[in-house]
Design a protein around this ligand. Structure first.
Ligand SMILES: Cc1cc2nc3c(=O)[nH]c(=O)nc-3n(C[C@H](O)[C@H](O)[C@H](O)COP(=O)(O)OP(=O)(O)OC[C@H]3O[C@@H](n4cnc5c(N)ncnc54)[C@H](O)[C@@H]3O)c2cc1C
Ligand code: SF4
Length: 467
């Protein structure tokens, strides 16, 4: 273990951030990492508690006590190997993971948890800086060809594992660039996209072939793909957004959050698109939905110089602090204030939207109604308000995978929620040698879960073709 008294000697420290006024001027990342001496102290806080709940709390089961100890002992190279043993892309999770590991940390019961996510991010960033991360080509090439549909974190993790095992791996992606929601959903200020490009280069050198702008079901039929591959992995995400079908929904100025966020991400990378521009500049912006996608809309709207931003959430305001004795080691229900919230937005809880006000088919205002939660249900009250609105962003979550031509042609069965039916033991679907992993199977989730599922799905395929 690290330093026996580390958790008594050192206070928790996390990375810093650039001042709000400065970061609102730019889409660049604004994290200010801890220096290596401070990180060693933070790693020394790990108690090596015997049963590492953090390891179980991490969906990819990162071997957290081990890399904490290695960093305390200044052995960054071995720490990198330990981290890569369970996680293909720690530079993604080290930036955007909500860190359920830290909620599970034993030290979190009585104090502040170990800064696991910062340590993870520092190990991988250091590894890249040192040039330690190079392509890992397979020792032997196999005959089988595997097609992966979708290049989000699930598809990428699956592809990398399979290519390193010698399969011929072809990734088909309908967008112009690989990365899925990492590229087109998550804004640059949370994660800059050169981090994805670097991994794609590595994967290409390992033998993965990317077919971009290739929409399976449209640009290429399912049967053509099937005929040319021994197995197919569906890693298509869960893109179907929840709508708010009130009168006036089709008025100008009301958009799904993903249409808005994708456009900004494309603009940053000078990617051509024919969509009508959506901007928050000088507008009263209302974000409907209090989750992470909504928070990303706030950060984006602030950078586009919105006049005002209001975020609406139908659920009640969570408690400021969790009751650790009843929630630990699980993910606690508590108020979460993101860096985007810190940059400025009014947040309203227990409110439902009950009308879009339009003029000449353009949104001008929104009527909202306060609700009271009783027996798990929102009861409308007689308190209503009208909020001025020039841009309304619908960020109310995602229903399921998109039921497009691919789903129809492949004839894979869907589950009750509308996602692709496959279990998480072997990721097999109702069709022979067709597998599904990530959000397309489990519904909209997290990057770290997508990586886990991509890795496990690859493992099933490796086993299957090794019999
Ligand atoms: C705005 C936003 C912010 C988020 N922020 C975070 C965060 O901070 N932290 C976190 O952990 N998670 C976050 N998430 C969730 C996370 O991004 C997803 O859970 C994760 O990306 C899922 O990975 P995936 O590979 O399963 O699917 P996706 O990332 O959705 O990738 C699916 C890919 O499949 C492609 N595709 C679909 N159909 C076809 C087809 N027929 N032919 C070819 N290609 C196809 C799509 O274009 C896409 O590239 C966020 C989600 C959103 C929407
Ligand atoms: S991937 Fe997420 S849960 Fe796992 S160690 Fe990193 S921050 Fe923690």
């Amino acid at each position: 273990m690290g330093k026996i008294t580390g958790f008594l000697d050192y206070e928790k420290q996390t990375h810093g951030t650039r001042p709000v006024a400065e970061r609102r001027q730019s889409f660049a990342e604004f994290r200010l990492p801890l220096d290596s001496a401070s990180l060693q102290q933070q790693a020394a806080r790990c108690m090596d508690c015997g049963i590492p709940y953090c390891h179980e709390g991490c969906p990819v089961n990162n071997i957290i006590p081990e890399f904490n100890d290695l960093i305390y002992r200044d052995d960054w190279h071995t720490a990198l190997a330990s981290l890569h043993a369970t996680n293909n892309f720690p530079e993604f999770t080290g930036r955007v993971c909500p860190a359920p590991c830290e909620a599970s940390c034993t030290l979190n019961l009585i104090d502040e948890p170990v800064s696991i996510k910062d340590i993870e991010c520092a190990i991988i960033d250091h590894g890249w800086q040192q040039g330690w991360i190079t392509p890992q080509k397979p020792q032997q090439q196999r005959q089988e060809r595997i097609a992966i549909i979708g290049s989000g974190p699930a598809g990428l993790a699956c592809a990398q594992q399979l290519a390193r095992s010698g399969f011929h791996v072809h990734v088909f992606e309908k967008s112009a660039s690989a990365g899925g929601l990492l590229r087109y959903g998550i804004p640059d200020f949370k994660m800059e996209k050169h981090l994805i490009d670097r991994r794609i280069d590595q994967m290409q050198a390992e033998g993965v072939v990317f077919h971009l702008n290739c929409h399976i079901g449209t640009s290429m039929t399912w049967s053509a793909l099937r005929a040319d591959h021994d197995a197919i992995v569906l890693a298509c995400g869960a893109e179907m957004p929840r709508d708010l079908p009130l009168v006036g929904r089709n008025a100008d100025g009301i958009h799904f959050a993903m249409d808005y966020l994708t456009q900004q991400n494309r603009t940053i990378r000078n990617e051509q698109h024919s969509d009508t521009p959506i901007t928050a500049k000088d507008k009263h912006v209302i974000v409907i939905g209090g989750g992470d996608t909504g928070s990303d809309c706030i950060g984006t709207a602030n950078r586009q110089k919105a006049r005002s931003i209001t975020q609406l959430e139908i659920l009640g305001k969570p408690p400021e602090k969790e009751d650790k004795n009843s929630t630990w080691p699980y993910w606690p229900h508590k108020l979460r204030t993101s860096t985007s919230h810190q940059e400025g937005a009014e947040r309203l809880w227990s409110v439902a939207t009950n009308g879009f006000v339009t003029e000449d088919n353009r949104i001008t205002a929104l009527t909202i109604q306060e609700v009271r939660w009783q027996n798990g249900k929102p009861e409308p009250t007689n308190r209503t308000r009208t909020l001025p609105a020039d841009l309304v962003l619908l960020a109310m979550g995602f229903l399921h995978t998109r039921h497009d031509q691919l789903i129809k042609e492949s004839r894979v069965k869907l589950d009750a929620k509308g996602n692709i039916l496959a279990n998480d033991n072997d990721y097999t679907t109702s069709q022979t040698n067709v597998f599904a992993c990530g959000d397309t199977r489990r519904g909209q989730s997290l990057v770290v879960w997508a990586i886990r599922e991509g890795r496990e799905c690859a493992q099933t395929i490796i086993k299957k073709f090794s019999q």
